[in-house]
Design a protein around this ligand. Structure first.
Ligand code: AMP
Length: 215
């Protein structure tokens, strides 16, 4: 199955993509994770992406589309994938349709994770992630077993630089103006599924599976 997860930062796209990808045996393709790895390794891509990320802005389309296209051609994506955080602009969504149509494998569904902005700000303030393995926690709703330490790999958890409140507000404004129009784009072509993402993670997973017919 070939899926796109849409929704504001903090809606739980990454958490749900990780669960579903594991269960379905397909990769979670997160452009945010790819950019963070590039920044950590200070590659040329990372150096370019870093200034946009720190400001809460989008990395330019040409750069982002290029890395996604390369990733989707990899062998492990042949049986499907979950795109988490891509596309984020209409140009990216159109490019994705072109890429997938050239590969002869159209997108199955775009899932919109619906949650209001104040909830997102609250969630992101509590989000902590592992700089080593990418695992994500929340100090209120999904704390690690030992405070500040990753359950999976034992590394020290950090708050993402761009999860600070002013940057979150900037990212939400970018979502509203540049990414929310994609909901109409997928709705018009009959590929949109809407999920109430304001609930507990396990409830969201159940609704998601039912909506995708994989319950
Ligand atoms: P995320 O982890 O998905 O919230 O992404 C973190 C940051 O990476 C975003 O605020 C953007 O700066 C950048 N980024 C991730 N995905 C994209 C994308 N599809 N297009 C442009 N920039 C992106």
């Amino acid at each position: 199955m070939q899926l796109v997860f849409l929704g504001p930062p903090g809606a739980g796209k990454g958490t749900q993509a990780a669960v579903l990808a594991r269960e379905m045996g397909i990769p979670q393709v997160s452009t945010g994770d790819m950019f963070r790895a590039a920044v950590r390794d200070q590659t040329p891509l990372g150096r370019e992406a870093q200034r946009y990320m720190e400001a809460g802005e989008l990395v330019p389309d040409e750069v982002t589309i290029g890395i996604v296209e390369e990733r989707l051609r990899a062998r492990d994506c042949q049986n499907g994938f979950i795109l988490d955080g891509f596309p984020r602009t209409v140009a990216q969504a159109e490019a994705l349709d072109r890429i997938l149509s050239a590969m002869g494998r159209p997108l199955d569904r775009a899932v919109e994770f619906r949650v209001d902005e104040e909830e997102v700000v609250r969630r992101l303030a509590g989000r902590r992630s592992c700089p080593q393995c990418g695992a994500v926690y929340n100090v209120h709703t999904q704390p690690p077993q030992q405070a500040g330490v990753c359950d999976r790999c034992g590394s020290q958890l950090v708050q993402r630089e761009d999860d600070r409140e002013e940057t979150v507000r900037a990212r939400l404004a970018v979502y509203r103006t540049q990414t929310a129009p994609l909901i109409g784009f997928y709705e018009q072509s009959g590929r949109l599924v809407r999920i109430d993402a304001a609930r507990r993670p396990d409830e969201v997973t159940a609704e998601l599976k039912e909506a995708l017919g994989i319950a």
